[in-house]
Design a protein around this ligand. Sequence first.
Ligand code: ADP
Ligand code: ZN
Length: 365
Amino acid sequence: MNNPETEIIKVSTGRSQYDIVVGRNILQKAFEEIFQEYEGHKIAIITDSNVEEIYGNKILQKLDKKDRVFILCFKAGEKSKNRKTKEELEDRLFELGFGRDTLIIALGGGVTGDLAGFIAATYMRGVPFIQIPTTLLSQVDSSIGGKVGIDHPSGKNLIGAFYPPNKVYIDLDFLDTLPNKEIVNGIAEIVKSAIIKDGKFFTYLESNIDRVVKLEKEFIDNAIISSLKIKADIVQKDEKESGLRKILNFGHTIGHSIEILSDFEISHGRAVGIGMAIETSISEKIGILKSEDKERIFQLLKKSKLLDISFKTSADKIIKKTILDKKTRKGVVEYSLIEGIGKAVYGIQVDDEIVKKSLAEAGLS
Ligand code: ADP
Ligand code: ZN
């Protein structure tokens, strides 16, 4: 794999088609393209306070046609992903006279993408929407696939829509300013994509994960592009998660429970990291995964630094939480599990005793 200049990944589902443009230092060109393509449109760039502080001025310099472009900023953090912020941003759009010819650009991490995308989905019954993701997690995961939405006190992402973007621009240079603790969230999804769908990429990570984690350019770029291709491929086969897309939930059934039980003290990446370890164990215990493959997966998770957490809870609490989480699906917990390196299956029901044993092995009993 060579270090790419700019790569274009095409996503095409029954309902939507869009390009993901990936490269370094592509922001200037992205804005030029956007201005051209959306000539005459009024453009709202929705961003959070951290991203605005770092990139606001730099981006304003690129906006030569300022009179039709506005930067709308909200307070950074998952806590802002709610109805109130949505309402405030919508009010500002109306105050500024945004009409049907609106283009909304999400500039930021997953929180910004989800919130701005949901605004785009409902403003004037839907306006065009472009994603410019700036965190590793949003670059490999949330900016593609079309899931947008906000949180509710009852849980995360409970109000939302499928609203695919018209285009995604991924400038890998955004990673230069990303705090270290945010990196691990993206690494978890990258490793997950290899485990569930691509044995070759898994082998690449086995040899190079140290350099990927350190964000060495050639290696992180390759990893992001491989991961994006895997997600794009899955999403275009099953946009609405009626089947195959469920394999993207590998590690997330146990992972989400741990995230919630820790009151979100444990980051998404680390929770999913340990979730993947436990769900790999479950796969072996129910007899669908060879123990040598389990060992390889464990080694990669360890080398990715995804298992460095000490968190005390009980197996019972975790199991209860997985059931509560799936209340909406008649109380039946279905796991996405692993049959081999690069091969996932979904819709598997697992006996509580097996889950308990796997949790015990990981020290969570
Ligand atoms: P995620 O992308 O992990 O879903 P957020 O949108 O909350 O979640 O982003 C995580 C944090 O990183 C936020 O505090 C956000 O303001 C900050 N952030 C996003 N992009 C960058 C960047 N390129 N450089 C520095 N901080 C960033
Ligand atoms: Zn995830």
